[in-house]
Design a protein around this ligand. Structure first.
Ligand code: VGL
Ligand code: ZN
Length: 265
């Protein structure tokens, strides 16, 4: 719950109780408790409703091809077995705490424009200018639909819904919310259905899909908590500047997971 909201609820409770107590004392009325109930009831309800608004977890692109644990074609550094174990246990802890957990999944057709192999004379990590000032990084072939590399690398049974992105061969889609052509994924709708106001976000890659998803989430008005220990990036310098940018735009940066804090950030 927001601190100002908590303050308002606390203040109302205090004055509600106080005025009921004074009324009961002055009139020596047996109805005092009844009025106290009438005054406090709605606040109690409000507190109950607000306490039910929990953050929703969005695990970004934790997929075989982005991990060294699975010899991925675009393995990020430090994405070993122990990283995946940590992500799975953190995600399970969120699920056990009653949070909804969504995962995004990079899901490209084989002819995707972001693959260096689909451009003559280009190699992975080269860049091309698509249109005025629009620079596209070319990647090794990764996360091709229905291949092992595209599979989620989190323990099964924790994720309540998977949001796929990057299916259009013409556009890349770092953000979990929309592709570079502006076409929206189902993420926003699903978050609205889940009643999300705040999001806990982590995954791969810090400097690409995590960054784009966090920045879009902030733009859409969600509060965002980024757990950096649960993220891995393509390169260290761009990951650090991505974290700085996300913080500047309003994300709450949590380095190591503090479950209690994350539930109420
Ligand atoms: C990603 C590069 C290409 C990511 C996806 O998940 O961050 N990066 N496709
Ligand atoms: Zn991709």
């Amino acid at each position: 719950m927001d601190s100002p909201l908590l303050f308002a609820v606390g203040l109302s409770l205090f004055f509600g109780t106080l005025s009921a107590a004074i009324a009961a004392n002055k009139n020596r009325s047996k109805y005092g408790w009844f009025f106290a109930g009438v005054l406090l009831g709605p606040f109690g309800l409000l507190v109950a409703v607000l306490r039910r608004i929990k953050p929703v977890v969005v695990v970004v692109d934790v997929q075989a091809d982005f991990t060294s644990a699975h010899n991925g074609t675009l393995a990020t550094s430090g994405s070993d077995e122990s990283y995946l174990k940590t992500v799975s246990s953190a995600t399970r802890a969120f699920k056990d705490a009653g949070l909804t957990v969504f995962a995004t999944q990079d899901w490209h057709p084989a002819n995707h424009m972001s693959f260096a192999d689909n451009h003559p004379d280009k190699k992975p990590f080269d860049t091309i200018e698509i249109s005025d000032g629009w620079i596209q990084t070319l990647w090794p072939v990764h996360c091709v639909q229905d291949t092992d590399g595209a599979a989620l690398a989190i323990e099964p049974g924790i994720i309540s819904d998977v949001i796929r992105k990057g299916q259009d061969p013409q556009f890349d889609s770092y953000s979990g919310f929309r592709d570079d052509g502006g076409v929206k994924t189902l993420l926003r709708e699903k978050l609205t259905e889940a009643g999300a106001k705040s999001l806990i976000i982590y995954g791969i890659a810090t400097d690409y899909c995590v960054k784009a998803t966090v920045l879009d989430a902030l733009q859409l008005g969600y509060k965002v908590c980024l757990v950096t220990d649960l993220c891995r990036g393509v390169s260290e310098d761009t990951s650090l500047s991505a974290i700085t940018e996300m913080a500047e735009k309003g994300a709450f940066i949590m380095q190591s997971l503090d479950l209690k804090k994350a539930l109420r950030f």
